[in-house]
Design a protein around this ligand. Structure first.
Ligand SMILES: O=C(O)CCC(=O)C(=O)O
Ligand SMILES: [Mn+2]
Length: 181
């Protein structure tokens, strides 16, 4: 795992945040849990060359936007690997979250590289080891890039917990590479 706290220069962070907020096709998606439809606690958007299915929800591919291809290129240069899809998450405030999961869908391959770019409010990203239960916490600051690779998805789950402290909006982009089987 590699963390680059100052990946996007400070003077560009607000610009990117505003462009992403205004231009992405943010949706309030619902998933089915124990037969019930539940709104997920964040907005999301999906771009790239493939559809994506999780928890009974299919995200249809949408054409890349210029702001996304710019960021994708920067991230690909740093991670030294190509990406062909993007899941974008918009956390409106401290109540928006993502629960414990691994990004280990078979179409991402055995040792997926996932590059996670953050803008806006800093939030704590947590990891939990699947066998030992060991926990780690990493504050993801605006403009930072976290590259998860190797056995990160195989052995660790991650989440972005709700906080009691009030938080402003945060946008996170996770670039992934789908290899159709
Ligand atoms: O918002 C984040 O930092 C992580 C989002 C995430 O884990 C995901 O979209 O799979
Ligand atoms: Mn994830």
């Amino acid at each position: 795992m590699n963390y680059f706290p100052d990946f996007i220069p400070v003077h560009l962070q607000k610009l990117y945040f505003n462009q992403l907020l205004a231009q992405l096709n943010w949706r309030q998606d619902e998933i089915v849990i124990y037969g019930k439809r539940v709104s997920i606690p964040r907005l999301q958007a999906w771009y790239g060359e493939h559809n994506y299915t999780y928890s009974g929800l299919t995200l249809k591919s949408q054409l890349w936007l210029p702001v996304l291809t710019d960021l994708k290129l920067l991230v690909e240069q740093k991670a030294k690997q190509p990406f062909n899809v993007l899941l974008a998450n918009y956390y409106r405030d401290q109540n928006d979250t993502v629960g414990w999961h691994s990004d280990d869908e078979p179409e991402l391959g055995k040792y997926p590289v996932i590059a996670s770019l953050s803008f806006g409010e800093e939030r704590n990203f947590q990891f939990k080891h699947k066998l030992t239960g060991e926990k780690l916490s990493l504050p993801l600051k605006s403009g930072s890039l976290l590259v998860m690779s190797g056995e990160t998805q195989a052995y660790w789950q991650h989440c972005l917990p709700r906080t009691k402290k009030q938080k402003l909006a945060r946008i996170n982009l996770t670039f992934r590479n789908i290899c159709p089987v």
